[in-house]
Design a protein. Structure first.
Length: 323
């Protein structure tokens, strides 16, 4: 994880101070990239103890489209508690539906993206095509003085990615997105990690992932999000018969909160250990062995199905999360 320490040092050397919504200023640098060969190990930070169980719990909650901090807590992940119940802006938001509610955050968009089509009632061919794609008619409305049909379906973006990897791995459009403009005001926190693109290679039987993050708290968020992205790629590879290879991690606004500086400066004095290896439980079907495509395991996996083997780390370090 020398790349991670190099990123921290680069922000210290080249970043500029900025104010932000949290009231805790950040040392920020626009544009950063990390790239890992997952065949050489798992990108777990070793200069402090990684909150691995919490990160995997959050990932499992995303794959189950959870929208309650209580559900994440049940998976061993408490990182949503403050955003759900202590964020003054969210507490005053008319879309908040009581304690622990998060709104349609990450996993809801991944698995249940609300899709609508407004089609002229006279366009029978368009309506028939939409119905054939799984839309259903929910209303008739007047638009610009003409009768239209409103159609709706919930799009399972992650499942569509797996289906495409399985059926058409040469496709270069295998991606899912979390940035839904129509629902941002309904979320406790708009998505930071928002665009995932899978890149399978049917010749080498390897699969890679590019992840774009609009804004990343390098002290706390980056180790967490690296864990989730790499673990997701391992799971997708297992279910589709591909070996995980390159994990490329792009950051728009890479920043360090001022009160995280002592933690990160301490890490810079420490020598990283060798990268561990991620092991998935044998109960998760391996397509290469079964030749059965079972994407329903996206919802069946448990946090205990993910284990870091050979993980050595320095002493734990903590810092408060900015909300």
């Amino acid at each position: 994880m020398k790349q991670y320490l190099d990123l921290v040092q680069s922000i210290l050397d080249h970043g500029a101070w900025q104010q932000n919504r949290t009231g805790i200023r950040t040392l920020s640098m626009p544009g950063a990239m990390l790239r890992f060969d997952l065949q050489q190990g798992f990108p777990a930070v070793t200069t402090k103890k990684l909150a691995f169980k919490s990160a995997i719990g959050e990932l499992v909650g995303f794959m189950r489209a959870y929208d309650s901090a209580a559900d994440f807590r049940a998976l061993g992940c408490k990182v949503w508690d403050q955003n759900a119940n202590e964020n003054a802006q969210w507490l005053a938001n008319p879309y908040r539906d009581g304690p622990d509610d998060l709104g349609p955050v990450y996993g809801v968009q991944w698995r249940k993206w609300p899709a609508y089509k407004l089609v002229p009632r006279a366009s029978a061919g368009q309506i028939a095509d939409a119905l054939g794609r799984g839309y259903r008619q929910v209303a008739e409305v007047d638009e610009d003085g003409a009768p239209h049909v409103l159609l709706y379906k919930a799009v399972d973006q992650l499942r569509q990615c797996l289906d495409t990897i399985h059926q058409n791995p040469a496709d270069r459009r295998i991606l899912f997105h979390g940035w839904n403009w129509a629902q941002l005001e309904e979320m406790a926190l708009p998505p930071c990690h928002l665009l995932y693109q899978f890149l399978p290679n049917a010749t080498t039987r390897e699969i890679s992932l590019c992840l774009y993050i609009r804004s990343n708290d390098v002290g706390l968020g980056t180790p967490f999000n690296l864990t989730e992205g790499a673990a997701l790629l391992h799971l997708v590879g297992r279910l589709t018969g591909y070996t995980p290879r390159w994990f490329t991690y792009f950051i728009g606004d890479a920043h360090i909160y001022e009160n995280h500086l002592p933690m990160l400066r301490e890490q810079l004095t420490r020598t990283p250990y060798e990268s561990p290896r991620l092991v998935l439980s044998d109960r998760i079907p391996d397509y290469n062995q079964t030749q059965r495509y079972e994407p329903e395991w996206l919802e069946r996996v448990e946090p205990a199905d993910f284990v870091l083997e050979g993980y050595q780390h320095h002493a734990p370090l903590t810092a408060p999360m900015a909300v």
